[in-house]
Design a binder for this molecule. Structure first.
Ligand SMILES: [Zn+2]
Length: 152
């Protein structure tokens, strides 16, 4: 095993840059509040491809935490089923803290199969990472934002 290799979860998550841009734009519009939503797509073996991003109301309307609107959550899950998408995880923004799970994020992460994506506005250019959270610990996932011409 090479250093830095992860034996447990080698999956690659791919996200088209247009979807990423949607998240950045929506989250910017909702600053200084945290914004949040769900992420769905296709899962094939170790490969996950995000097909749709859902934008849900942060019912807390807070700057340092979020709660997904339960009614909108239900509607999103119904829409996933109707489109044949699988739930991949959720996303939220950190208006003024880094792109990593907060103590509260870790505490509330009950689904070890979900990807927890965090968009940080701490620096001038937003930073977006995806995390696996299990047993009070988190690990960065291999999230690749791409467009038709290149991966980065
Ligand atoms: Zn958070």
């Amino acid at each position: 095993m090479q250093p830095g290799m992860n034996s447990k979860d080698m999956s690659i998550i791919r996200m088209n840059c247009e979807l990423y841009d949607q998240i950045v734009q929506y989250a910017k519009e909702h600053l200084p509040e945290e914004s949040c939503g769900l992420i769905a797509g296709a899962i094939e073996g170790d490969s996950k491809t995000i097909k749709k991003v859902y934008f849900l109301e942060n019912v807390d309307h807070a700057e340092d935490h979020f709660t997904l609107d339960p009614k909108e959550q239900l509607m999103a899950v119904k829409d996933m089923r109707a489109n044949g998408y699988k739930p991949i995880g959720n996303w939220h923004s950190h208006p003024s803290s880094p792109s990593r799970p907060s103590v509260e994020d870790i505490k509330l992460a009950y689904d070890k199969d979900a990807s927890y994506m965090i968009l940080s506005f701490l620096t001038a250019a937003p930073v977006f990472h995806s995390f696996h959270i299990e047993n009070g610990a988190y690990e960065k996932e291999d999230l690749r934002v791409f467009n038709e011409e290149y991966y980065f």
